[in-house]
Design a protein around this ligand. Structure first.
Ligand code: ATP
Ligand code: MG
Length: 255
């Protein structure tokens, strides 16, 4: 039997909403161990709380894995307070971040990089970024998507430390998320607030019953952990100043 590692790093995705409604505070935890799938997809319409959750998760990650490395692509340039951080890639620099993350993965796979530090590549507004690149240069967009697929596929198998992709997106598009994408993310799939018909079909086809009569608002969502059952989550409030300072410190580390 595999020994339970009490020291395995974990990350709270928020409170179990159903238990919270019954007065019990219990967190939904993502296991960050290398042996686990730790990719994450967060979808939600505008204002559902994606960027808020992103700050919450990024700041918690920096505490859970102080030795870890983070890259953050912000296609909408929403997080201007991170300007000047070498690991922050706003607007079209987001595409450079894909290149950098992919090269880091390749170096770890080939053994050129024997780093033991997990790398987390976080992308806000991924689908918008791909659709925009597709409109400008189809080939370049196909290359970006293939690099992300490689990270999703190989990120766990590389060397001593994993490379994971955390994707936050408003839009859901079958060009970017073909059939099987939910399995690719595997670690955690989160849908905040109201879920569009396409998103339901693409990511929650096994759980359509849950969408009948259950309305979730800002900062609330549905989570599928490791492809198993669906749970409801409430993203707890953050201390914004403290969380922003932690994000900044993580992204100020030299590249
Ligand atoms: N869990 C939460 N608790 C408290 N306030 C929240 C929470 N989630 C979001 N908010 C607030 O709701 C507003 C919208 O959230 P946010 O910017 O994260 O949405 P978004 O999904 O990123 O939207 P967009 O797609 O337009 O970027 C913000 O003012 C944010 O502070
Ligand atoms: Mg946002």
């Amino acid at each position: 039997m595999m020994k339970y590692n009490q020291n395995a790093p974990t990350l709270s995705l928020g409170y179990d909403l159903d238990l919270l409604e019954r007065g019990e505070k219990s967190k939904i935890m993502l296991n960050l161990s290398r042996s686990q799938n730790t990719h994450l997809l967060c979808i939600g319409q505008s204002g559902s709380g994606k960027s808020y959750s992103l700050i919450s998760y990024l700041s918690k990650l920096s505490l859970a894995e102080p030795q870890g490395e983070i890259l953050f692509a912000d296609f909408k340039g929403e997080f201007e307070w991170l300007s000047g951080c070498p690991r922050y890639f706003p607007y079209k620099n987001a595409y450079n971040a894909v290149e950098i993350a992919y090269n880091m993965l390749s170096a770890r796979l080939s053994g050129d990089d024997v780093s033991e530090n997990p790398l987390t590549f976080i992308f806000d507004e991924y689908v918008s970024a791909i659709l925009s690149q597709t409109a400008e240069d189809k080939k370049a967009a196909a290359l970006t998507m293939s690099k992300i697929s490689e990270i999703l596929l190989m990120g766990r198998a590389c060397g001593r430390a994993s490379v994971r992709f955390w994707c936050f997106t408003q839009r859901c598009d079958s060009l970017v998320f073909p059939v099987g994408s939910r399995e690719q993310f595997g670690g955690a799939v989160i849908a905040l607030g109201m879920v569009s018909k396409e998103a339901k079909q693409m990511m929650f086809s096994d759980f359509t019953e849950d969408f009948k009569g259950r309305i979730l608002g800002r900062g609330e969502g549905r989570v599928i952990l490791n492809g198993s059952t669906l749970r409801h989550v409430k993203i707890g409030q953050i201390n914004t100043d403290k969380a922003q300072a932690l994000c900044k410190a993580a992204l100020l580390k030299p590249l």
